[in-house]
Design a protein around this ligand. Structure first.
Ligand code: FE2
Length: 535
């Protein structure tokens, strides 16, 4: 059976191709157009997965006439019309499967959680779907989901609350939320502001408070700004320390509200001990840390492509589930993008010096504090690079943070993330549960006291937390070997892992883009299965 999932929309755009029990490929339009994010929400300018589907046709032999089901969160006629406009191809209505926006988020997280027990499935974002919602909750049981509750546009959106906070502290809403998480770690709780804002978003049972604004994004912006300016008066407030405290206070209120809502939803199905999460708000690793600390769940799972980039494949999972519900099964990894051939890599890198892949050489250069990039296999699906399109380097020297930030033109208050070999996790970090989800860099964890000063590039300078990626032999053999070799020399298998791109660019997709980083001096060595390249 062949299924093509596709998405257009406010936050992402792309396509997923499934053939006979195998996810052939998922591609986001931004990886091909090199414009991030592909859809410009601020200008209300939506784009379409034209290049994504063309890529699947050219690279994976997709033939539109052979597709059994086309699926999207767009209503049937809209989906058919848009497809015709893009490809002059008329989808027969019986071949089109409409999966609701939030159902797509939720079913993708539930079916890839691996949870065999009854599971609380919760998704939340800014908003989405035909009957716009900002959250939906289900009980997952034996491969099927039963709807429990939801927040429509008459209720305030948790995602828009955080977007309003993002804008208030000077960043771009629905784009730079990750920077606010980092900024929040530098600040302190401003109790008076917390109290002023406490009515902006409230939890009443399993709902947020009412929202009566005529525009979908809602009253939450107006209320938050108005209350803030009434509170602060005419004082000049945009200095850095105040921004840190505002971010911290908004983040804390946001966490408290999400946790209250999850607690109240859990009270509807108190027997559940597993929690599957998806939707854009769960890119907030600080929030995920708090949720993972809740006693009522013995494991949580955050969908790695938690935001709208996951909707194309989410719709494929939704379609499969409608046809034949199967129990949840973990993904082996999220390397679901495109692999480029040896010939393509060698051809793109022919102007550079090359030696055969040699792990000892890689390790020597890491110890020498060089900056390397790993370019191998299929690209990652989702916002995090996990060792196939990653920049790696030593994390034990304080100066590395500034050097790497400068090279990548990055300034997001977040430390870099550590990739750590599975056997060393307990030595360095406090993480007693949800280790599977920590393979995807979706959780923040506390660092053990004796390690806080030893790995400064990858722990937050103030709260000493880290956004870890656990690397196993199975999940990424080459990255594992590199970490293992580094461990032999240093006693610890831990390195910086940051996505292979400069600030505001999408993650590297094609070999040419990888070699551009070598050419421009951003990296010192490019490590591929077909050799190590350098200038
Ligand atoms: Fe969404």
């Amino acid at each position: 059976m062949k299924i093509l999932g596709f998405i257009i929309g406010a936050h992402s755009c792309g396509a997923a191709y499934y053939v006979d029990n195998e996810i052939k490929a998922v591609i986001e339009e931004e990886r091909l157009t090199r414009i991030k994010p592909h859809t410009d929400y601020d200008n209300n300018f939506e784009r379409y997965p034209v290049q994504s589907i063309r890529h699947l046709i050219d690279r994976f032999g997709l033939k539109l006439s052979e597709i059994d089901y086309f699926t999207s969160f767009l209503p049937t006629q809209t989906g058919i019309d848009i497809f015709k406009a893009m490809y002059n191809y008329e989808i027969a209505p019986e071949k089109y499967v409409h999966i609701d926006h939030h159902e797509s988020h939720a079913i993708f997280s539930y079916l890839t959680s691996g949870f065999q027990e009854d599971t609380l499935v919760f998704c939340a974002d800014a908003s989405g779907g035909v009957n716009a919602h900002s959250s939906k909750t289900y009980l997952g049981s034996k491969g099927k989901m039963t709807y429990l509750d939801g927040l429509n546009t008459k209720r305030r959106s948790l995602g828009h609350f955080y977007a309003a906070l993002t804008e208030l502290v000077g960043f771009r809403r629905l784009k730079d939320e990750g920077k606010v998480v980092g900024l929040a770690g530098h600040g302190h709780l401003w109790e008076r502001l917390y109290n002023v804002w406490s009515d902006v978003i409230k939890i009443e049972g399993t709902k947020t408070n009412e929202d009566n604004h005529p525009i979908e994004s809602g009253e939450v912006y107006v209320d938050m700004y108005t209350k803030f300016h009434q509170f602060i008066g005419s004082k000049y407030w945009k200095n850095k320390n105040v921004l840190e405290d505002i971010a911290h206070t908004g983040q804390r209120l946001f966490e408290d509200r999400v946790i209250s809502l999850i607690n109240n939803l859990h009270a509807k199905v108190p027997h559940t001990k597993k929690l599957a999460l998806s939707g854009g708000i769960f890119s907030n690793v600080k929030l995920n840390k708090r949720i993972n600390e809740l006693d009522q769940f013995d494991e949580i799972y955050v969908l790695p492509p938690m935001g709208d980039e996951g909707l194309a494949l989410g719709c494929v999972f939704g379609t499969l589930n409608k046809l034949n519900p199967n129990p949840p099964k973990r993904l082996d990894n999220v390397f679901l993008g495109t692999e480029y051939t040896k010939e393509e890599v060698l051809n793109a890198g022919k102007e550079f010096k090359r030696i055969d892949l040699d792990i000892d050489f890689v390790c020597e250069k890491l110890l020498d504090r060089k900056i390397l990039a790993l370019y191998q296999g299929k690209s990652e699906h989702g916002p995090r690079a996990l060792g196939n399109r990653s920049i790696i380097c030593d994390c034990t020297h304080k100066e590395t943070y500034g050097i790497l930030n400068g090279k990548l033109e990055r300034n997001d208050y977040m430390p870099f993330a550590p990739a750590i070999i599975d056997e060393d996790v307990d030595k360095v970090f406090h993480l007693t549960k949800s280790k599977y989800t920590a393979e995807f860099m979706t959780l923040l964890v506390d660092t053990k006291e004796e390690w806080k000063e030893k790995i400064p590039t990858v722990v937050h300078p103030v709260d000493k937390t880290a956004r870890i990626q656990i690397v196993t032999k199975e999940s990424n053999p080459l990255f594992y070997q590199i970490l293992k070799s580094y461990q032999k020399h240093t006693g610890i298998g831990i390195l910086v892992n940051t996505s292979f791109n400069v600030h505001n660019e999408p993650i590297v997709e094609k070999p040419e883009e990888a070699f551009n980083h070598l050419r421009n001096g951003i990296i010192d060595y490019l490590v591929t299965p077909y050799g190590i390249f350098y200038c």
